[in-house]
Design a protein around this ligand. Sequence first.
Ligand code: PA5
Length: 447
Amino acid sequence: MSVSLETRYLEGFVRAHEWGALQEQVSAAHEALHSGTGLGNDFLGWLSLPTDYDKAEFARIQAAAERIRQDTDIFIVIGIGGSYLGARAAIEFLKSPLYNAKKKDTPDIYFAGNSISGTALKELLELCEGRRVSVNVISKSGTTTEPAIAFRVFRDYLERTVGHEEAKKRIYATTDRAKGTLKGLADREGYETFVVPDDVGGRYSVLTAVGLLPIAVAGCDIAALMAGAADAQKALADPDITRNDCYRYAAARNILLRKGRAVELMVSYEPCCAMLNEWWKQLYGESEGKDGKGLFPASVVFSTDLHSLGQFVQDGSNMLFETVMQFGRAPEDMVIEEDADNVDGLNFLAGRAMSEINRKAFEGTVLAHSDGGTPSLVLNIPAIDEHSLGYLIYFFEKACAISGYLLGVNPFDQPGVESYKRNMFALLGKPGYESEKAALEKRLGRE
Ligand code: PA5
């Protein structure tokens, strides 16, 4: 029950000897990662997390999720970047992108604090009216502006609607073990808190309380998720790229980048993968895109986007390669019925499952794109379930770390994210940023 990499569609794009040439670098990256001697080595907690996690906290997460499922109609998850993408990806993947609209015995789940849109926040508040609300505010630093604004609004909403004491019982804070504004507030108010471990960065944190609490509230089996990740941890420890598909994926990306393929397009044929794509984009974009280097991570859902971006992939500039996620089993399937009149001419599909037709769409597309000059990697994933997702999460995290080391960057920091914040704070007149304001105003044409 593992994720495997198929490289047959690289034929004509990558020659056999190119793999061997990269093995030495992959082995060095593996050694740096496992001995903790590489860049960013104080953020390697995710590497052993599937087996080495706080079991008592895990039990508390399950208990809190059970309580929330009982006493809550609408669960608001406040966080941005790595503090929300993993949870949202997992819920949409395992339950459905239509999770909130479906009949279920678990709360609706909405995500807030991932933009600065007053419109979005107001709409969400309106949805909460007359319903039992609980909030999970997630911020490792405890100071990020977007979630801090949303949390101020929802804390105020809860205190107004259910009173201060009840609000305290309905707020769950996931943050640093000891420091930060949110930790201080949580301690003062007595919120139940969960920990983002010091050595796990935001985008690698989905298998901590950051992801696990919302995922469990949605009714997903988080023990199976961890078991899948633990299987990956065990299976993906061999430095040899002929035996380790995770490392072969990292190597393939690197080979293709060196050939000028600057964009990796993550492809899936299941709409439930749209947010998984977003999680993957943050993981790779923030980990690799630095020092003037990196692949640009982009994504599509086919066949939907074959009708929008398919033209470019087939026929446009040769800047990209595709990585296709293919699933062995989908939770649901449908068979096309025979129609006596056949007015739509679709009887050639009668008796066939949608999954088979979708598979043929993939096969036709991957060959067409290859003919058009776009190479593809294919990840075969056993199923759309918790075990496979846990495995896949670990697979992508480890491949990302190895890819970063192959590029010679620190895959665990994100210095570039600070630039917009400095400018925004200066322009907003935040204390401490006064010296930068005048120059920025001038560049904006305001003397
Ligand atoms: O991956 C990262 O480190 C970032 O995307 C963070 O998760 C994001 O900026 C949110 O940070 P915080 O959890 O400190 O609010």
